[in-house]
Design a protein around this ligand. Structure first.
Ligand code: HL5
Ligand code: SIN
Ligand code: MN
Length: 264
């Protein structure tokens, strides 16, 4: 908990085993065939960039978000009562997966959804090994504490009712130079099955994947049930912003998290 508060992220090594990851990959392959607006393609190549809300279509992901290994940290770090605000899998395929511009998530959610406060947790699960070669997420440690999320993008017309791509809210070069001088950069690496917990105000981004290995990353974002977007505003579709705001409860499961799981 203190590492999370200090740095804004922690990596938990191999919380899920090879068999569990294989069955999640299979469920993702099946889900990726389902047409609809929840499927985002890369500009140019048309390859799969991201799929939203697989937990609404695939039982494997519905039970995953209730697993104590995913839900437990959110209940501990955010609130005992959390629900699924957003669920996505960024597919970053081998040779061509596109990058994600430098950004802070809460800026997007405040601008697009009027989300009141950053009382959320991103729980990211590696569906592939994440190495220096396949476009891992790069964090600026401690940048979630830099204070005052940028409000530039507040009611900008560029924010359509749909998926906000980080390039629409990208931090500028001068700002990034200063932030990196102060916080440095660290990429989140680890074997498939590892989990990264990261704060909604932590600055992050990632490069393209030119390696022959895919980098599928599942991100479940839990929100405090008392921090919902106001109903006065046109709410984005359910595949982007969850409408089922009932507090999630764990299925019973023996595997929980201990200090030994921490990479650092
Ligand atoms: N794609 C998300 C959304 O809400 C926002 C980004 O990484 C999260 C910035 O549409
Ligand atoms: C990435 O998949 O590399 C970026 C993830 C994110 O911005 O949430
Ligand atoms: Mn993000």
């Amino acid at each position: 908990m203190s590492a999370y508060q200090e740095r804004g992220f922690v990596v938990l090594r191999a919380l899920f085993d090879a068999e569990e990851i294989e069955s999640l990959r299979t469920a993702f392959a099946r889900d990726a065939q389902e047409p609809g607006p929840h499927r985002v393609q890369e500009d140019g190549t048309g390859e799969l960039r991201a799929v939203y809300a697989s937990h609404q279509r695939q039982p494997a992901f519905d039970s995953l978000i209730r697993s104590p290994r995913m839900l437990g940290p959110a209940r501990q770090l955010v609130s005992p009562d959390v629900y699924m605000y957003q669920f996505k899998i960024n597919s970053k395929p081998a040779f061509s997966g596109g990058g994600w511009s430098w950004h802070e998530d809460f800026i997007a959610w405040r601008a697009a959804d009027d989300l009141p406060e950053p009382r959320l947790l991103n729980v990211a699960l590696f569906l592939d090994d994440a190495t220096e070669h396949n476009g891992p997420v790069i964090f600026l440690p401690g940048s979630h504490r830099r204070g005052g999320s940028d409000s530039r993008f507040r009611s900008e017309a560029t924010l359509s009712g749909e998926h906000v791509d980080p390039h629409e809210i990208a931090l500028g070069r001068d700002e990034m130079r200063e932030l990196v001088a102060r916080h440095g950069m660290e990429s989140a690496k680890g074997p498939a099955g590892s989990v990264v917990l990261f704060h909604p105000q932590l600055v992050h981004g990632s490069a393209t994947n030119m390696s022959p290995l895919p980098r599928r990353l599942l991100i479940a974002t839990y929100n405090d049930v008392r921090n919902q977007p106001p109903l006065t505003r046109q709410v984005r579709p359910d595949y982007l912003v969850g409408r089922d705001t009932r507090a999630l409860r764990s299925d019973d499961e023996s595997r929980t998290i201990s200090d030994g799981d921490l990479i650092r």
